[in-house]
Design a protein around this ligand. Structure first.
Ligand code: SF4
Length: 655
């Protein structure tokens, strides 16, 4: 066994009810790290092509990160992985909380499930034992209740639980997996895979020590990182950020974004700090992506201000090993007691996207969806689709069971989401996301579904930052806002550590953002590669926004593992992982070109009003250039045999 990894994974065959341990050689960690890289390697080789995502051949993996538990900071993220029933290709979802170290404390880096159980079960494991237990009594419970019941049974043994709610049980294709009281690994529809396997929960209570090569160096690096995090100026407030957004919109020039500023915002308000500023600048999609900041002006967006989404928070919430703590738990005396406060993505998917400025309804929806185990982004995106269908007469009051699906009708939105969670009436039509619903409605309803490859887009507008548009269309898990953008690249500051990467001008004209230059493609490819390193190590994206000078990711990696690798070496590992995920999609018959997002989201045609008026993204050329940068066929997006061989990836993985 090497350092930082546990050197083992657990396989659970739900059909046979058997559990076994597989050793992983250190050489494999050196090739793909742990976390997403380990999962991509195993699932690429072991899920047969054509496997039904909701059938017994799909493999559902829960993976920790290589740096988790080593004393490094921001490294408590875990991932659920598998073949996505939403996109048909590679699926993963990332989550914070305390589940990641719990996996390693059970002596493994990942737990992988195959087969389908004949009855509802949950996995219970500690450092020495693991068994499947009957979950009949838990089936039907929401995610928060399930976790509470299992923790009561554990009788104070520090149990950590990941579980599905009713949405996963009903195999909604936009269902996710929750831990820590409804905190969601939401994307890719992997909650449906867990439901299809009749696996209600994974409950872990290990105490195994995590091996580290050089604990003293890690400690020193972590102290330095913590000093940057502990800088707190007193002057920030929400309305000031709204006016800053207006200024940013009006100025012809843009300043490169320093992640330290975002750190300050996160520190005070969490991701809710973005609620108004991003509407003002044009980053928040409004009214199913056809509206603008003029439809959701300051008089309305102030109702969703950062203050409104922090004032009922009583407990600041930190994921494991996080010195920042951007999350918040709802007050005990609130209607949403015990749950997590809504994040920016949820506020805007259930707010601006629907022209809904009723904060109370958003708190309610967020709580309902987290308890049901349904993705707030996809749920909001699907409701927005349904509202536009209603506006255009593709859905009527007869179809909706009497609901008036008019923009901003918060009461109707709450009732519609209840129906989606229960798969009742119109809710059954919408519970699998906007692409599936459009297919059933027909009559060109797909033109109103704002997705990439079947997954609803994150709440960042590619017409404002074309980097988001590109990543929505080229990532093996499309539609994701957590991989890259021009602003992310500015904050990562990778050129400070990786010599071949382009740096960013401190000030640039806004118009230059829309030019497809080589440097922008290099930056986008670097974001994808870097995110694979982050997701292989269990590191939080928000920590990475501090920049690699303040977040010593590469230095932590060498200290934790004992390897002597350069940042460029680690970025190469990130490239191998990206190629593995793309090869997974090709193996499963996914056409990379089909991930191109709905033209409306790309400014085709351009908007005539608002912050993004006149803007469009030449994404086809960018997609080709991005694929070429990875050595894949620029016409098809497929990695050829030569590039697979270069990365040591099997060209004919077993079927
Ligand atoms: S910054 Fe926020 S999401 Fe990231 S690890 Fe810390 S608390 Fe969790």
């Amino acid at each position: 066994m090497g350092h930082a990894s546990m050197g083992k994974i657990m396989w659970v065959d739900l059909g046979r009810g058997t559990i076994k341990i597989e050793s992983i050689p250190d050489t494999l960690y050196q090739k793909v790290l742990s976390g997403v890289g380990l999962a991509a390697h195993l699932l690429y080789e072991r899920i047969p092509s054509g496997a039904d995502p909701l059938g017994p051949d799909n493999i559902l993996g829960f993976v920790s990160g290589l740096l988790t538990g080593t004393g490094s900071l921001f490294t408590g993220r875990w991932m659920v992985t598998g073949k996505s029933p939403l996109t048909g290709g590679w699926g993963d979802a990332n989550c914070g909380g305390n589940f990641s170290p719990a996996i390693k404390r059970c002596g493994v880096d990942g737990i992988f499930f195959t087969g389908i159980s004949p009855r509802p079960v949950y996995l219970w494991a500690d450092k020495g034992r693991a068994e499947l237990r009957d979950a009949t009594e838990l089936w039907g419970r929401d995610t928060v209740e399930t976790e509470e019941i299992l923790k009561q049974q554990a009788d104070g043994r520090g149990l950590r639980v990941a579980c599905i709610g009713p949405a996963g049980e009903k195999q909604s294709l936009i269902a996710g997996v929750a831990n820590d009281g409804g905190r969601m690994a939401a994307r890719s529809g992997l909650g449906a895979v867990m439901g299809s396997k009749r696996l209600k929960a994974v409950a872990l209570s290990g105490g195994q020590r995590i091996p580290v090569h050089d604990r003293e160096t890690i400690k020193t690096l972590s102290q330095q990182c913590n000093e940057a995090v502990q800088f707190h100026p007193p002057f920030l407030n929400g309305i000031m950020m709204a006016y800053t957004g207006t200024l940013m919109r009006l100025l012809p020039m843009q300043m490169a974004f320093d992640g330290m500023l975002y750190k300050l915002m996160l520190d005070k308000y969490g991701t809710a700090s973005l609620n108004q500023i991003m509407v003002e600048v044009g980053d928040t999609p409004i009214k199913n992506w056809k509206g603008s900041n003029e439809d959701f002006d300051r008089d309305r967006s102030v109702n969703l201000s950062p203050e409104i989404f922090t004032d009922t928070m009583v407990v600041k919430y930190h994921c494991y090993s996080c010195p920042l703590g951007c999350g918040g738990l709802m007050a005990k005396n609130s209607a949403w007691s015990g749950g997590h406060k809504p994040e920016y993505e949820s506020v805007m998917a259930l707010g601006g996207l629907l022209l809904n400025d009723d904060a109370e309804s958003i708190y309610t929806l967020n709580d309902m969806l987290n308890r049901a185990g349904m993705d707030t982004i996809s749920a909001g995106g699907t409701v927005a689709f349904a509202m536009e269908c209603y506006e255009k007469g593709l859905l009527t009051r007869d179809d909706t069971g009497g609901l008036e699906l008019t923009w901003g009708n918060s009461a109707a939105i709450v009732q519609l989401v209840e129906k989606m969670i229960r798969r009742e009436g119109i809710g059954d039509l919408l519970a699998d996301g906007s692409r599936a619903a459009a297919g059933r409605i027909g009559r060109q309803a797909d033109r109103l579904a704002m997705h990439a490859g079947g997954q609803e887009l994150g709440m960042h507008d590619g017409r404002y930052d074309p980097g988001f548009a590109l990543h929505y269309c080229v990532e093996p898990t499309p539609g994701r806002h957590t991989i890259g953008s021009q602003m992310y690249y500015e904050m990562f500051r990778l050129w400070e550590r990786v010599p071949e990467l382009p740096d960013v001008s401190l000030v640039y004209t806004k118009g230059s953002k829309y030019e497809s230059e080589d440097d922008k493609i290099s930056a986008a490819a670097a974001c994808s590669r870097f995110m694979n390193v982050l997701n292989g190590t269990g590191t939080c994206l928000f920590g990475a926004f501090l920049g690699v000078e303040r977040l010593p990711l590469f230095e932590w990696l060498n200290a934790a593992t004992g390897w002597d690798r350069s940042p460029a070496d680690y970025m190469a590992i990130g490239e191998r992982i990206q190629t593995l995920k793309q090869a997974f999609n090709v193996k499963h018959g996914v056409d990379p070109k089909s991930f191109k997002a709905n033209p409306r989201t790309l400014g085709i045609p351009p908007q005539t009003a608002g912050a993004n008026a006149g803007r469009s993204v030449a994404v086809d050329a960018m997609m080709r250039a991005y694929w070429q940068r990875f050595g894949w066929d620029p016409a098809t997006g497929k990695p050829g045999e030569a590039v697979l061989k270069r990365w040591g990836i099997k060209t004919k993985p077993s079927d």
